[in-house]
Design a protein around this ligand. Structure first.
Ligand code: AKG
Ligand code: FE2
Length: 257
């Protein structure tokens, strides 16, 4: 099947493609193994997440938005113990306006169902719209999304472009660590727990328990580019908490003006 261009038809075509793809790819022993890995490591790759027919259209949409609207960022955040963020980003309001396929992915019942199965509890779209989805690109030598935690329980990251691991850009995660926003301790977390590394290809995704898993993207080197869409998911406990989102607001612009 080819995916025709045009906002509404693309949006409508995504859901049956997700349903059919997940029904063949993420069932039985594969799903059981993913559930076990998530329980043990608090992060799990969803290899080949993207239905093949949707990969190109999603890449074109995200790269187009990034080329037009991306903002270069370079910070080190005190709230995450001074770790570096050097990347180009696009926030939620721009994607809401220009990214129907990304929006359709976030609001897909099939994706919600799959994520709930993988993590073992129902997941909910984020109550704060600014964290529904953001696009990040590492495109310059040394670009990195340094060690941090996130505000809500789950992150779902769709990888649309990834370097060979030899050029960096792979993900590292340290489970069973916590973020004290008043006294963040990245080195303490590294000493306390175990770092695991995960390399991805375009079309893969991963789920990570972002509130208690410190994670980062290893710096890229040379001429290469890595582009992802990060989508935030809440669990039922998050919905009752008063969660703040300082780093999202600075890195991605929050919900805009
Ligand atoms: O780029 C990635 O794989 C992770 C992104 C991330 O951790 C974030 O945006 O909070
Ligand atoms: Fe994160």
């Amino acid at each position: 099947m080819t995916v025709t261009t045009g906002t509404e038809s693309q949006r409508g075509q995504a859901e049956p493609l997700f349903e059919r793809h997940f029904a063949t790819r993420f069932t039985g022993d594969t799903l059981t193994a993913m559930q076990r890995q998530f329980r043990e490591e608090h992060i799990v790759p969803l290899r080949g997440f993207c239905p093949p027919e949707l990969l190109r259209p999603l890449q074109e949409e995200a790269f187009g938005i990034m080329d037009e609207h991306g903002v270069d960022r370079k910070f080190s955040f005190d709230i995450t113990d001074g770790t570096p963020r050097q990347m180009t980003t696009v926030g939620q309001p721009v994607i809401k306006e220009h990214g129907p396929l990304i929006d359709a992915t976030y609001f897909s019942p099939a994706v919600k169902e799959l994520l709930g199965q993988v993590v073992g509890e129902e997941v909910f779209t984020c109550p704060y719209a600014g964290e529904h989805y953001v696009i990040s690109r590492l495109g310059k030598n040394g670009d990195t999304h340094g060690w941090h935690w996130d505000d809500y329980t789950y992150g779902f990251i769709l990888v649309l472009q990834a370097p060979d691991y030899r050029d960096g850009g792979f993900v590292q995660a340290v489970p069973h660590t916590s973020w004290d926003k008043k006294n963040p301790d990245v080195h303490g977390a590294l000493l306390k727990s175990q770092v695991r590394s995960y390399a991805f290809e375009a079309g893969d995704a991963y789920v990570v328990k972002t509130d208690t898993t410190m994670h980062r993207v290893y710096p890229i080197r040379g001429e290469t580019t890595r582009t992802i869409v990060n989508m935030t998911w809440a669990n039922s406990a998050d919905l009752t908490k008063n969660i703040t989102h300082e780093t999202n607001d600075v890195l991605f612009g929050g919900v805009g003006e």
